[in-house]
Design a protein around this ligand. Structure first.
Ligand code: SAM
Ligand code: SF4
Length: 327
């Protein structure tokens, strides 16, 4: 599928808007409702939409949420997705808190070799303050289990926030000296109605300066075929990679090859733009495969050339929070 001069081959699938964590940068500060059960896309519906998207050129998917592993029966969906011949790459983004050793083994067996964990701090007390849950050791154990079981690469997403983890940036980047992890610092995106203030946002330049002044130069690393938008670097002697995801300081919209399927069965051509198209209702009304494919293709016409987060006056700032879209 083509959108402008971009070839769209990546579908990000949110399987739930529910989560067992309450990360302050992700969920709204005010009370919020979750999608009613009957409005959430069922597994066979997700599978059908994915299969049709594959027929249109999707070769890579990532499962996300909310927290994917809170959804009952998720392994049955994963197994069926892994059986789709057209998919070259399947990965999952998770907070890691529900992943036991056995579950990680099961993921490896079905062919899921890549996992992204979210971890914003190495301090168990700070972990509680950002996620609302006393689960640091649980998450760290999951990361270690995945490492020992040969999951590779293990990517760790860290949202950098002033007054929260800015004093840990060197320690977190320093994990790459010991482990072959890809640590990816993500610039905070103010969306929905999160509790984190815009002034806590730290941009990549500041993060890089901190790392370089303590740990030495960051040497650029060339991107691989299936790599996303992270700008990748290596510290001298490191086993892993330090990456930066820069939606604010240097947006990568012109390279974006993604389409998103939300848990309520809408297609979104952009995380940071409110446009979305319902594909679940036509599917439930019995629309033909041809019609459903035309819905998928027509969504891409709305793929914007850039987002408006840096210019709130320009409008179309995302009104939904991350868990309801799928991060
Ligand atoms: N629950 C899973 C997890 O935490 O990895 C998957 C969903 S979560 C929404 C996906 C990613 O989005 C996480 O790495 C999280 O840190 C990131 N994220 C959430 N809200 C964000 C925000 N406002 N700005 C930047 N990244 C955000
Ligand atoms: Fe849940 Fe992930 Fe959002 Fe944290 S970042 S609240 S773990 S969906």
């Amino acid at each position: 599928m083509i959108a402008g001069n971009r070839s769209i081959n990546y579908l990000r699938i949110s399987v739930t808007d529910r989560c067992n964590f309450r990360c302050r940068y992700c969920v709204p500060s005010s009370p919020f409702s979750v999608i009613e059960h009957q409005k959430i896309a069922r597994y066979e519906e997700i599978l059908k939409i994915t299969r049709l998207a594959c027929e249109l050129g999707i070769t890579k998917i990532r499962i996300t949420g909310g927290e994917p592993f809170v959804r009952k029966g998720i392994f049955s969906l994963l197994r069926k997705l892994c059986a789709l011949d057209a998919l070259e790459d399947i990965s999952i983004t998770t907070n890691g808190s529900l992943l036991t050793q056995d579950k990680i083994k099961e993921l490896g067996k079905m062919g899921i070799k890549r996992l992204n964990f979210s971890l914003d701090t190495l301090d168990p007390a700070k972990f509680i303050s950002i996620t609302g849950r006393d689960k640091f050791h649980r998450v760290w154990d999951s990361i270690m289990n995945a490492h020992q079981l040969g999951i590779s690469p293990i990517k760790i997403n860290t949202v950098a926030l002033g007054g929260f983890n800015d004093d840990e940036i060197e320690a977190i980047a320093g994990l790459t000296l010991k482990y072959p992890f890809h640590i990816r610092f993500i610039e905070y995106m103010p969306m929905g109605n999160s509790e984190v203030e815009k002034k806590q946002q730290i941009l990549t330049r500041q993060i890089q300066d901190k790392i370089i002044s303590t740990l030495g130069p960051l040497v650029p690393v060339e991107k691989g075929k299936n790599d996303g938008p992270a700008k990748k670097f290596k510290l001298a002697g490191a086993k892993g990679i330090v990456g930066f995801i820069t939606p604010i300081s240097s947006h990568f919209c012109s390279e974006c090859n993604r389409l998103r399927l939300t848990a309520r069965g809408t297609l979104r051509p952009c995380l940071l733009n409110n446009y979305e198209k319902d594909i679940l209702s036509p599917l439930r009304r019995g629309a033909s495969d041809r019609k459903l494919k035309s819905i998928i293709k027509s969504t891409l016409v709305h793929k914007p050339l850039f987002h408006c987060l840096n210019d709130p006056k320009a409008g179309n700032i995302p009104i939904s929070h991350m868990t309801s879209i799928g991060g």
